[in-house]
Ligand binder design. Structure first.
Ligand code: SF4
Length: 455
């Protein structure tokens, strides 16, 4: 016999406990154990007025944003709908079944206003990182760095022309305000400038059409793959490498963690960056050296020449010296070029009589070798590359790529929703915070809430 539902749909009273309906192994329950936002109100206190209507609770907004970034809900409008309907989301936000969910426009106002002025998202990121450190997930010695390009919210078709009016909007104001002192001007000017997000960089991905983009730069601890710092830059190699210095110094300042070993790809193997790592910061470089001295046509590359540090000259395969400062200048010169190199030259007479001239310098009367002022640091990197530890750290570098893959495929951060460099920074900070929280949940599992300072 076919049954039918005979109970009335709406009883007068319910016995309902939100805490009981959220499964013990729910991701948000695990994340909640490690999320301590008790200092948030104090951090934001000076940005709120003492009079007027009470504002929406900032902790509630941060909790909602964390749900969005942990679970790939990118639209603020949809996030508000989901929190309204989903019991686990309500539980995580400390909302009862009857509490009102804030309107999506509140997010926009707070993200562009108070949260940005007070660097709230960095505050939250650092709170979560401190929990990771307290839980023993950060080894604090070996770090890996890499960058990934993320599409900006800017049309490929609309570029700014000289006679166009800029119009308004926070991204435009940020670009125009920073035009004078912006260090992005230190790199070559971009081919095209977006009309809606001028700080985004016109960039070409291999095998695809060019687009406007920002780069997210991650510095991760190689023990458990925790992101220890993140920095947004326009998508440009030089700026990505510069941001690594910022991240390493910030980690040292805020958490007193000194980098002992840094793992990176060839982009981080420039002479200038290796010099900074080895000579200034005493970091062991696990980075392939960016070397343009090799030759593939069988002629003599740099490795055929031996450098004598004491005598300060190279010796060529024919046993002749390549020296610097061959001419005596009245005012002594450093001999350092704009590219931070010192040029060593052979004598024309030696080369003319040399049987190997065709293999060495067939098109010039003598041989020149440009030696970087940071060559000693490059030699340190070359020595590190011969060690067994280097083979292991090459594999560890893949952890950063896996985090970028997770960010784009699972968390759906493959195109930004906010504009401007600050917008990109906000989104990347929230993504890294979400990834660290998910990682803590994975490694440390379920249990009672973690009391700060008791782990
Ligand atoms: S061509 Fe000149 S620099 Fe080259 S091997 Fe001969 S002598 Fe040395």
């Amino acid at each position: 016999m076919m049954g039918c539902k005979d109970k009335p749909q709406s009883p007068l009273f319910y016995s309902f406990n939100l805490d009981e309906v959220v499964p013990q192994d729910h991701l948000l329950r695990k994340i909640d154990r490690f999320l301590d936002l008790s200092d948030l109100r104090q951090h934001l206190a000076s940005y709120y007025s003492h009079t007027g209507r009470p504002s929406v609770d900032p902790e509630l907004m941060i909790r909602m944003l964390i749900i969005g970034y942990c679970l790939g809900i990118r639209s603020e409008r949809r996030l508000c709908e989901e929190v309204k309907l989903n019991l686990a989301y309500r539980w995580f936000c400390r909302l009862s079944i009857e509490d009102t969910v804030p309107d999506h426009s509140t997010f926009s106002k707070n993200r562009h206003g108070r949260f940005r002025q007070a660097e709230t998202l960095r505050f939250v990121f650092e709170k979560v990182l401190q929990s990771c450190i307290d839980a023993g997930l950060v080894g604090g010695e070996g770090f890996a760095v890499d960058a990934s390009v993320v599409k900006a919210d800017a049309s490929r078709q609309r570029h700014h022309e000289d006679d166009d009016d800029w119009g308004g909007g926070p991204a435009i104001r940020e670009y125009l305000d920073g035009l004078e002192e912006d260090d992005t001007m230190a790199v070559a000017p971009p081919k095209k400038i977006s009309h809606s997000d001028p700080q985004a960089r016109w960039t070409a991905a291999p095998g695809g059409p060019a687009f406007y983009a920002y780069s997210t730069n991650y510095l991760i601890d190689t023990d458990a793959g925790i992101v220890v710092d993140v920095e947004a830059t326009p998508a440009h190699r030089t700026l990505e490498v510069q941001s690594t210095k910022t991240m390493i110094e910030r980690l040292e300042d805020r958490f007193a963690i000194k980098t002992k070993r840094l793992i990176g790809d060839t982009a981080y193997g420039t002479a200038e960056f290796l010099g900074w790592m080895v000579e200034e910061k005493n970091i062991e470089p696990h980075v392939p050296v960016w070397d343009k001295g090799g030759r593939s046509d069988g002629s003599f590359g740099r490795s055929y020449f031996h450098f004598d540090e004491e005598a300060d000259h190279y010796t060529c395969p024919n046993g002749k010296e390549l020296g610097r400062n061959r001419r005596a200048f009245r005012v002594p010169r450093t001999g350092i070029t704009k590219e931070n190199t010192i040029v060593y030259r052979s004598l024309k007479g030696d080369c003319e009589a040399c049987p190997s001239k065709e293999r060495c310098c067939p098109k010039t009367p003598y041989r020149k070798i440009a030696r970087s002022v940071h060559e000693a640091a490059r030699d340190v990197a070359r020595e590190v590359a011969k060690t067994p530890a280097y083979r292991r750290t090459r594999r560890q570098r893949k952890q950063v790529e896996m985090l970028f893959g997770h960010m784009k495929r699972i968390l759906k951060v493959d195109r930004l929703r906010l504009r401007g460099l600050s917008g990109a920074q906000d989104e990347f900070l929230l993504t890294a915070t979400a990834q660290n929280l998910r990682r803590m949940a994975k490694y440390l599992g379920t249990g009672p809430p973690v009391v700060p300072g008791m782990t």
